[in-house]
Write a protein that binds this ligand. Structure first.
Ligand SMILES: [Zn+2]
Length: 463
């Protein structure tokens, strides 16, 4: 007697399935069966009649892969788009971005958070690990749009707007108050939206919190049973400040004060010395590598050495350009050029680092990052019937070197379709974009006041 069809909620078919699980090859003619938000089968298509599916997504001309995991992001930071990329380079982080941040209000951060979420989902990102202002507003946007997110309030005790002058005066009460807000956020949101939203404690950077604040933040994270998220060795100024104060590198310092542990995500490590990398490796802390941001500042972290030391490493977008495909290509090209060896990073590893590798950085590799039975159903579908992708041979370079974020047509998070045929299902994209554009005149004025050199004139030249 033939077996009765197995009831499932969603069946996603694919001409090519990239499971990214251990040892699994790319599967031609694959499918993913989903029930109650979890994968019950990911592999070769079973004979017709195997499934009784509530919804079937046709896979003709499509590739399916795990949703991208973005293990270091600032979804709402898009207000600085183009303002720190040219000319002043990394210095604009201090002269423009850090000084502008305090001029942006909660309602503006809310509109920017929705824009950032829309941007992430459109690019195939299904999980973010975010540290920024107004975490409640981001959590609301995440809850609404269907993303998965780990969110931290940005904790610091200096005046960020004065760092460009080298002024590190600690502002009384600021660190305690921002940490208290982070703890309150974690208590309110950790585990919400069916577990899609989790919280972290986020001390901004090694130099923007004093040792006591770092220690208290670590203690709060441990008490709450949640992880931490921090920028480390992200700028020359930070590394030089810590060396002048403590006689060691930023990561050695964070180890010595007891902050580093396996539940800490360290972004950047750009100016990390040998002792810093050893500190990360020996404490088991994880590393978020943001390939898009480094080359435009003329630097690149020691990626291959970091990986060789066994530090859990995943890819992330950081800010402004939330495009994992661009990120993988930046990384491939930079790592290969630095090594003088085209074998220094493979396309499969690049894809792994933006899926499984980044999930491991967040301690979520048992739940997301690959398509295999038992895991949460976070996946994306790419349209292959496009001139820049044909002929498509179904290997890793076919996807990693040629696909674009705009090829993502469908995204599923927790078994729910959040992007269908290129349209967000739970956010009105036009109103999200309009909401942000309404703020543009004020932001332009603020940036001009801060001396930004990256603004086009308001209207036609009068001369
Ligand atoms: Zn960052």
């Amino acid at each position: 007697m033939p077996k009765a069809p197995e009831r499932i909620d969603l069946l996603v078919r694919a001409d090519y399935l990239y499971p990214m699980s251990e040892g699994a090859p790319v599967i031609a003619g694959g499918e993913v069966a989903i029930r109650d938000g979890r994968i019950v089968h990911a592999g070769a298509a079973r004979p017709s009649g195997s499934w009784d599916a509530g919804t079937v997504v046709d896979g003709a001309g499509k590739a399916v892969l795990p949703g991208f995991v973005n293990c270091h992001s600032h979804a709402a930071s898009l207000v600085f788009r183009s303002q720190s990329d040219d000319g002043a380079g990394g210095a604009a982080l201090y002269t423009v971005a850090f000084r502008m941040e305090k001029e942006v209000g909660e309602a503006e951060w809310a509109d920017l958070a929705r824009l950032g979420c829309a941007d992430m989902l459109r690019a195939g990102i299904t999980t973010i690990n975010d540290i920024w202002y107004a975490p409640n507003r981001l959590a609301e946007a995440v809850e609404e749009c269907g993303l998965r997110a780990s969110i931290a309030n940005k904790v610091f005790d200096v005046a960020l707007e004065n760092l460009h002058r080298g002024d590190y005066a600690r502002i009384p009460g600021r660190g305690e108050s921002r940490l208290a807000d982070g703890v309150a956020f974690a208590r309110a949101w950790h585990g919400r939206a069916g577990g899609r939203i989790t919280a972290r404690i986020g001390t901004h950077a090694s130099d923007t919190c004093d040792a006591g604040l770092h220690r208290e933040a670590r203690a709060e994270a441990t008490r709450l049973g949640i992880g931490m998220h921090i920028h480390t060795a992200q700028s020359r100024q930070e590394a030089e400040f810590i060396r002048a104060q403590c006689g060691c590198g930023p990561l050695e310092y964070l180890r010595d004060i007891g902050l580093l542990a396996p539940d800490v995500v360290c972004a950047h490590l750009t100016f990390a010395g040998d002792g810093d990398l050893a500190a990360v490796a020996e404490t088991g802390a994880a590393y978020a590598h943001c390939p898009i941001i480094y080359p435009r500042r003329g630097v690149y972290p020691r990626f291959s050495e970091i990986v060789a030391r066994g530090i859990p490493t995943g890819f992330a977008t950081d800010w402004m350009q939330n495009d994992p495909f661009e990120g993988m290509r930046y990384a491939l090209n930079a790592v290969r050029v630095i090594a003088g060896d085209h074998r220094a990073l493979t396309c499969r590893e690049a894809l792994w680092r933006h899926t499984m590798g980044a999930a491991r950085v967040l301690g979520l590799d048992g739940e997301i990052g690959s398509l295999e039975a038992g895991k949460k159903a976070d996946l994306i579908m790419l349209d292959l019937d496009r001139p820049h992708l044909q002929p498509f041979y179904g290997d890793y370079p076919a996807l990693v070197y040629y696909a674009r974020a705009s090829d993502v047509v469908t995204s599923v998070v927790d078994g729910r379709v959040v992007l269908r045929d290129g349209r967000l299902t739970r956010l009105d994209e036009a109103s999200v974009v309009a909401g942000v554009k309404a703020h543009l005149p004020r932001w332009r004025e603020t940036l001009r006041g801060l001396g930004s050199t990256a603004l086009a004139p308001d209207g036609p030249c009068a001369c």
